[in-house]
Design a protein around this ligand. Structure first.
Ligand code: NCD
Length: 523
């Protein structure tokens, strides 16, 4: 059995399956135990122990815990620690991420730990630097996302999950977690949308004023993952009811990411998410507070008088950061993990069919006419957005015509009803028209569920039904609508847009995870 951890990157928490994460946590417990017992043989079995094994830290945003715990973890491994000073690098001369990291890959480095405001940067570099490594006969490097903008913070998620489980007597049966604070900008809480799947039953209470509330896409993801979700606008409002979580996860209001308008309300917003003395008696016995930290010295949302109380779970959480990262590095480097035989992360069925030839009836096309005459040759795209209202169908037909480059051809569009009485759109074009496989894929992505009829000699000669392709990429006019994404034109990094179909029938940006409908992926 090959080691399923070795060589893997961790760009999002889901890059490790639930079973892989549970295995990792078992190793963290084993390491902590060996350290506590002074069992140096077991401790040494975790070490990479190779002074030439290059691990690079590139932090383009500030950090204390993530950066320093990784630094200490790398020292533990007796590996080569290198730190790139991003603020005095050629980033300032307009160099791209791809060129920068290809250069560092060329110096035989194996793992890159990156924190950046650009979302999805690790996923993009995984592709780019592997190609570079292949061209130059080097090993493909491993990327670890140490926090990318508002997207994810998978290594924080690992240490949070480990700490919750440790405080749950190592049970993953259920969790009731209140998340309090800046749920809008906080990447650590966004990673929980998939991360908490490690528990069999998940109940989440989201506590934030509307300005800081959890983005809808993550709430939808949590619901799709089967979490029970409730929302409250302040701690005060939360404590007015009786079903109170025994685990509270605070996050800092990320003022540096907020616009002027919200900044003016900072005090008021903080008030909603700051714990106060008068709340103390409402807590359940055994309650623990957590925080990825830092907390602000003037405006801590967990006040310092709570440090020396049993509520304090955040100190152990922070300490666990180093152990979790030691084990993560050992696994990705292939030092441990050979005995794991469970599944890796689920991969989407990329070779799934999405274009289906349909039987052609011998009768002439009845409904479609060019003026007073039926079409003798051309194409008809039928059943467009069946079931939606006429205005939405018309707007979407404009998009289809643009995407399929049908605007310069003769023909028309209209809204009609199908045999079951539902509205549907229909586009026809006349003349000798053929679609290449690439064009069929575009049609499937922009108009899933439609049928495509090719007509010649006044009869339908070929007919196709199309479904959403599992992946859509390699088209210049695709674009992720998140301007912070590496693939957005705003980042100028030339990462081509790439979308993966979700179980709900949406498209997820492969870099930043933003969910789009099939209507939204086009520039
Ligand atoms: C967090 C981060 O940077 O995302 N901190 C951390 O890594 N421990 C949270 C924050 O900045 O508030």
């Amino acid at each position: 059995m090959p080691n399923t951890f070795k060589g893997r990157s961790l760009c999002e928490i889901d890059d490790l399956s639930i079973q892989q994460r549970k295995y990792l946590f078992g190793q963290v417990a084993r390491l902590k135990d060996a350290l506590a017992r002074g069992d140096s043989q077991t401790v040494d079995s975790f070490r990479i122990n190779d002074p030439d094994y290059g691990i690079y830290e590139v932090f383009i945003e500030d950090s204390t815990r993530t950066k320093e715990s990784f630094r200490n973890a790398i020292e533990f491994h007796h590996a080569k620690l290198v730190e790139m000073k991003a603020d005095s690098s050629s980033f300032n001369k307009g160099e791209s991420y791809a060129d920068t990291f290809n250069t560092l890959t060329g110096y035989s480095n194996r793992i890159f730990i990156i924190r950046s405001q650009v979302e999805g940067v690790c996923r993009w570099l995984e592709t780019e630097c592997s190609a570079f490594a292949k061209r130059n006969g080097l090993c493909s490097p491993i990327f670890i996302n140490a926090g990318d903008g508002k997207h994810e913070h998978p290594t924080q998620e690992l240490l949070d999950e480990y700490t919750f489980i440790e405080d749950n007597d190592h049970s993953t049966a259920s969790i009731h977690l209140a998340m309090i604070g800046d749920l809008f900008h906080g990447r650590t809480v966004h990673s929980k949308a998939d991360g908490l799947m490690i528990f069999d039953r998940v109940k989440v209470d989201l506590i934030a004023p509307p300005e800081l509330s959890m983005p809808d896409s993550y709430v939808r993801l949590m619901k799709a993952n089967g979490y029970e979700i409730r929302t409250f606008e302040s701690i005060e409002a939360y404590l007015e009811q009786d079903d109170i979580a025994d685990k509270w996860y605070f996050t800092r209001p990320q003022l540096e990411r907020m616009g002027e308008r919200i900044l003016q309300k900072a005090d008021e917003l903080r008030q909603c998410i700051t714990f106060r003395k008068e709340f103390f008696d409402r807590l359940k016995p055994g309650t623990k507070f957590y925080h990825p930290l830092p907390r602000h010295k003037e405006h801590p949302t967990i006040p310092v008088w709570l440090d020396d109380t049993p509520l304090n779970g955040w100190e152990k959480q922070s300490i666990n950061g180093m152990y979790t990262r030691i084990v993560l590095l050992a696994l990705l480097a292939g030092k441990i993990g050979d005995d794991y035989s469970g599944p890796g992360p689920a991969s989407s069925c990329l070779d799934e069919q999405y274009i289906f030839p349909a039987p052609v009836s011998s009768s002439k096309p009845k409904t479609v006419s060019e003026g007073v005459n039926p079409i003798s040759s051309g194409l008809v795209i039928d059943h467009i957005l069946k079931g939606e209202d006429p205005a939405a169908i018309r707007a979407h037909m404009r998009l289809i015509c643009r995407v399929m480059k049908l605007d310069d051809l003769k023909g028309g569009e209209w809204v009609s009803t199908s045999s079951d009485g539902l509205y549907k759109g229909l586009i026809f074009r006349t003349g000798e028209i053929a679609f290449s496989p690439k064009e069929l894929k575009r049609l499937a992505a922009v108009s899933p569920g439609c049928t495509l009829n090719f007509i010649s000699d006044s009869a339908v000669k070929e007919k196709f039904r199309v479904k959403m392709p599992p992946r859509i990429y390699n088209f210049d006019d695709l674009e992720c609508k998140n301007t912070a994404c590496i693939s957005s034109s705003a980042s100028s990094e030339n990462a081509p847009a790439l979308f993966i179909r979700t179980e709900n029938g949406d498209y997820r940006c492969a870099y930043c995870g933003k969910i789009h409908t099939f209507k939204e992926i086009w520039r």
